[in-house]
Every structure is written in C-alpha cells, then in structure tokens.
Design a binder for this molecule. Structure first.
Ligand SMILES: C[S@@+](CC[C@H](N)C(=O)[O-])C[C@H]1O[C@@H](n2cnc3c(N)ncnc32)[C@H](O)[C@@H]1O
Length: 407
C-alpha cells in the first residue's frame, strides 16, 4: 500500500505477509462463509454473536472505541441530558457523529438528518459550526428529546458529548520518547506488578562497597584510604552474608513520580446560534391507485386557503375569487377547468385585471384560451406547478449550486 493511501486518523495495520498473500487470505476467508460465531468481549471473555451477517464487504477503515465512543457512552450522554428518562435503544455517541461530520463537511456546510430521533446529528453539527436540517416523524420525540436537547446546545447547557475534550497530559517532565498515554499505561502496569508484598531486593551493602572501591581506585573518593577501609568493614556488618535490602517502596515512588499524568479537559462549546422549529401539516394530497387526489379533509375551502398561503397572498374570498394582489385576481378550483369555466371567470373579471387560475385538473386548450383572452393570465395545475415553483425558488438559493460554480 502506498503511504499516501493511509488516511489521516486511521490506525495503520501491519501485515505479516505480502499484500498479495494477505489479499488472497481475505478472499479465501470471505468465500468460507460468515465470520466466526464467537467474539472476544472487552474483558477478555468469549461471547456469541447474535447477528450473523452473510453479505457485506471487507473492512476498509477502523474506528476504535477509544476514538469514537460506543453505545454505552451514547446512553450515558442521553441520560445526562434527560435524567430519569429511559434512553433510546440505539443512540449514537457524539464522538462518532463528529468523526462522520468532520470527514464529510466543512464549517458552514449543511448537514441533513431526515431521521432526527434524539437529535445527536443536529447537536454535533451545531457544536461543529455546521448548519443543519433535521426532521422527526413523532411529535412526542420532538417535544421530549430533539427540541429540548437542541435548546440546551444553544443555551450552552449541554455539558456532555463533544462539548469538552479530555486529553491525558504529563504533570512533570516525562522521560524523552514517552507519551502521556504511555506513561499512564506504564503506571498502571507498575502498580499491578508491584502491588503485592513481594519485596524488590538488591544487595545494597555489596553494591555500595563496590562503589567505594571503584572511587578509591580512580582517586575520586571524598574519603581518604583509612576512612574507606573503615566504611568497607562496617558495610560488612550490615550484610555479612550479602543479605539483600528491600527497595520496593523507593523504586515505586521514584518511577511513579517521574511518570505522573493527569486528564486535562478543554471546553470546546459554550452555546450560541439558534434554530427554527416548523411543524409540517398533513399532506393535502393522497395517492389512490396511482392517482394523486385531494384528501377529504382538504376540500371545502381548505385548498383555497392553502393555495393563498403558497402564493403568499392574503385569503380574501370575494365571489369566485379567493384573493387579489394589485391587478391580479386568484381563483382556486378543486376540480376540472375547461374552456367554459375560463369564459365564466373572464366574465367576472374587471377590464385591466388579470387572473391566475389554480386547478387540480385542466385542459391545455383552456389554458391557451385564457392566455389569449387576457394576456398575462395563467392557468396552473395543483400540486405540480406548486412543486415546480418550490424547486425553482430553492435552486436559486442552493448552496450546492453555488459551490459547483465556485469550483
Ligand atoms: C434511530 S433514530 C435516529 C437517530 C438520529 N439520527 C440521531 O442523530 O440521534 C430514528 C428516528 O427516525 C424517526 N423516523 C422514522 N421514520 C421517519 C420519517 N419518515 N420521517 C422522519 N423521521 C422518521 C423515528 O421516529 C426515530 O426517532
């Protein structure tokens, strides 16, 4: 594998064989069927897999628990946001969403989550300076989880998830080439290894005697020859048969002192921003055997009111007209519009005025006739033209279109 192909943040895997051999091994394993039924649990015990996937592709990346969190962490996050409430069965940890959003967006981009749930994606996107849109089907979920959570994020009252980052740092100077995490590990293992009552014994007296003799020989001793002789004699009194000294305590203390570390927490999010919550009404249209029909509840005036809202004109019914703006009159018809209907509308339209007729069905001939009889007037279809209008409007302000032009 080329070094360039190893992406940032993805731990490297060392292969014990050539790439070709490893690839052949993977293919052979895949052909042999589902992965083993047994898994090794975090505490080293064996567990049985509940789900046996028999399709899928080879693993391409590795995201470790330590980096992106796990289900338990996600549940704890929800519990701290909503004490006493049973969390969702499959919440995602904020750190996981951070990794996904980091990999796929830049600050200011729009993150869309169509299945809002507890709002983890929106909350993380917000804390990361992205814009976001989320939708949730169940009003109860919105009022109990999604909305209160996002309000907490904005007010700076959400102290969990990626609001803070915690890093292990050295308290003093670590030995060179030792990271804070390695020092933490070292300490853990040291404590385990030296926790028993077993002494660490060294022949202190004979080692000291060796040192005294060596410094005398080199002429570097602070003692004169007589003093050195006396000291060597007395050292023998301490350890006549080379009896060792227990240095367990000082060794442990010294090593631990030189490798002390602590957690340093930095707050990354203090609150800010805002969002708008819109409740989407039920659809006015339903599909019946392939036909799009107006829902029962939407007939009898509701259609005219809704159309006026879509056209951004005030609903002011006056005879056959539902609204007006300047010299334009609006007619909304739940049904078929042919030439006869157009002629009857024109009869009631003042000179100098034009009309927009919105109907659930119409004849093309009727539309042509209207344009000819009163230029500037239009006959449009509900809902098709309404949706077209939205698409045209949305494409004008689309950030994606802008990006395509920029690049
Ligand atoms: C597992 S949760 C999603 C978690 C969420 N993405 C997060 O970041 O925390 C799935 C949610 O999707 C909602 N849902 C299901 N169908 C939906 C739909 N058609 N439109 C909007 N939400 C829907 C469910 O009510 C549920 O709350």
């Amino acid at each position: 594998m080329n070094v360039e192909e190893v992406r940032k943040g993805i731990p490297a895997l060392m292969l014990s064989s050539s790439l070709e051999e490893a690839q052949a091994g993977v293919e052979a394993r895949k052909a042999a069927g589902p992965w083993p039924e047994y898994i090794i649990r975090p505490k080293g015990t064996l567990g049985r897999k509940r789900l046996q996937p028999n399709t899928g592709s080879n693993t391409r990346t590795l995201w470790l628990n330590s980096e992106v969190g796990h289900n338990r962490e996600a549940k704890a996050e929800i519990k701290s946001l909503f004490p006493g409430v049973t969390p969702f069965s499959t919440p995602k940890p904020e750190r996981l969403l951070r990794k996904v959003i980091e990999a796929s967006t830049r600050p200011g981009d729009i993150v869309l989550d169509c299945y809002g749930g507890s709002g983890t994606t929106a909350a993380v996107a917000h804390k990361m300076g992205r814009r976001w849109i989320t939708s949730e089907l169940l009003p109860e979920t919105v009022s109990k989880f999604t909305k209160p959570r996002l309000i907490k994020v904005i007010k700076g009252d959400d102290f969990g998830g990626i609001t803070t980052t915690t890093e292990r740092v050295a308290v003093g100077n670590l030995p060179s080439d030792m990271t804070a995490l390695e020092a933490q590990d070292f300490n853990r293992m040291l404590n385990k290894a030296i926790s028993s009552d077993d002494p660490i014994e060294i022949p202190l007296a004979s080692e000291l005697a060796k040192m005294v003799r060596a410094t005398q020989k080199q002429g570097e001793s602070p003692l004169d020859a007589d003093q050195a002789k006396t000291l060597l004699k007395l050292l023998k009194v301490f350890a006549p048969d080379g009896a060792p000294f227990d240095v367990q305590k000082p060794v442990k203390t010294q090593l631990a002192r030189r490798t002390r570390t602590r957690d340093e927490t930095t707050t990354q999010w203090f609150g800010g921003g805002g969002f708008t919550h819109l409740e989407v009404g039920p659809s006015m249209f339903e599909e019946v055997e392939g036909f799009i029909l107006l829902a029962d509840w939407a007939t009898h005036g509701a259609l005219a009111k809704a159309m006026c809202a879509q056209l951004e004109v005030r609903y002011r019914p006056d005879g056959i007209f539902a609204a007006f703006r300047g010299k334009t009159r609006y007619v909304v018809i739940d049904g078929h519009v042919g030439e006869t209907t157009i002629l009857s509308i024109l009869e009631q339209l003042q000179e100098g005025h034009i009309v927009e007729v919105w109907a659930t069905q119409y004849d093309v001939v009727a539309a042509d006739r209207l344009r000819k009889e009163r230029p500037g007037s239009r006959l449009e279809a509900i809902p098709d033209s309404v949706l077209d209008r939205y698409r045209r409007k949305a494409s004008k302000g689309s950030p994606f279109k802008k990006e395509m032009i920029d690049e």
